[in-house]
Write a protein that binds this ligand. Structure first.
Ligand code: AMP
Length: 277
């Protein structure tokens, strides 16, 4: 992959990159289209499909994470992707099985709260694999989804802090008609859970409405949303936070322009969403 990327670079061909864990849906494909738009028809669009073990905690869903490579390849082909990079664990983490892999990339500030608090080693895995993929694919541009808002912020910080010559584009969240953000993990939901899963989006809309006219204390808004989420009996709130969109610093008074993110369990399935208020 790196040798190919070098050849493209030498010929002046721009590389646009979409990292994914596969089981592709319309959200991923919207990133592919954004990647194409960034480099045009003379550029090359690369999609990676890799379920990265280092971003899963020991009790998480690594082994049951949905996979369908054949379907993914078909979708990529139909979307005009030029190259699909599907590395094996032994290629991405050489020597890891024998405990000879020992280098990780860690962002130390933005990665602490929210997803990082609930999933302590998650972002270390994400920044490590994305740094590795950038070094392998050598993209000029990489596209990430706003669906994973904190992840996009951390990648942008990593790129700035470590001088990666990559422009990061963050593309909007693609949703089902009822508002549920598309996610490979939606596949885990049974029919009742799926119906109630709209509570994430409806919570963001409720918060948006609450701050439309005047600001409200974060504690009060949080208490209101906790009660609201209880109206979906299968939902178990993990966290809901209000913060500055750039720094991810929590705000004590929530007003328009603040950002909100939440994570909700349905059984073992954990869903996230976010939005600008
Ligand atoms: P994943 O395969 O879940 O690791 O996601 C790969 C990329 O697709 C990440 O940049 C995600 O933020 C993005 N993505 C996932 N779901 C959506 C969605 N519903 N809309 C837009 N982007 C998404």
């Amino acid at each position: 992959m790196q040798r190919l990327a070098r050849q493209w670079q030498r010929r002046g061909i721009k590389i646009s990159f979409v990292p994914t864990m596969g089981f592709l849906h319309e959200g991923h494909l919207s990133l592919v289209r954004r990647a194409r738009k960034a480099v045009g028809n003379h550029g090359v669009v690369v999609v990676s499909i890799y379920v990265n073990p280092t971003q899963f905690g020991p009790t998480e869903d690594l082994s049951r994470y949905p996979r369908d490579l054949k379907r993914d390849l078909k979708l990529c082909r139909a979307e005009g992707v030029d190259f699909i990079f599907v590395p094996a664990d032994a290629e991405m983490y050489p020597g890891k099985a024998e405990e000879r892999y020992s280098t990780y990339v860690v962002e130390e500030k933005l990665a602490r709260a929210m997803e990082g608090a609930s999933r302590p080693t998650h972002f270390r895995g994400v920044t490590t694999v994305v740094a590795k993929l950038f070094n392998i694919v050598l993209p000029e541009v990489a596209v990430f989804g706003q669906k994973d808002f904190q992840q996009a912020a951390i990648i942008q910080r990593m790129v700035a802090d470590l001088n990666f010559p990559v422009k990061i584009i963050v593309a909007p969240t693609v949703r089902e008609p009822d508002g549920l953000a598309l996610s490979s993990r939606n596949k885990y939901l049974d029919a009742d859970q799926r119906k109630q899963a709209t509570i994430l989006r409806r919570s963001v809309l409720r918060a948006q409405a609450a701050v439309k006219q005047k600001s409200i204390s974060a504690a009060r808004l949080k208490a209101d949303l906790e009660r609201f989420i209880q109206t979906a009996p299968l939902a178990r709130l993990d966290y809901v936070e209000f913060f500055e969109p750039e720094t991810l610093e929590p705000v004590s008074q929530v007003k328009r322009g603040a950002h909100m993110a939440l994570a909700v369990f349905f059984g073992k399935t954990r869903l996230i969403d976010n939005g600008r208020l």
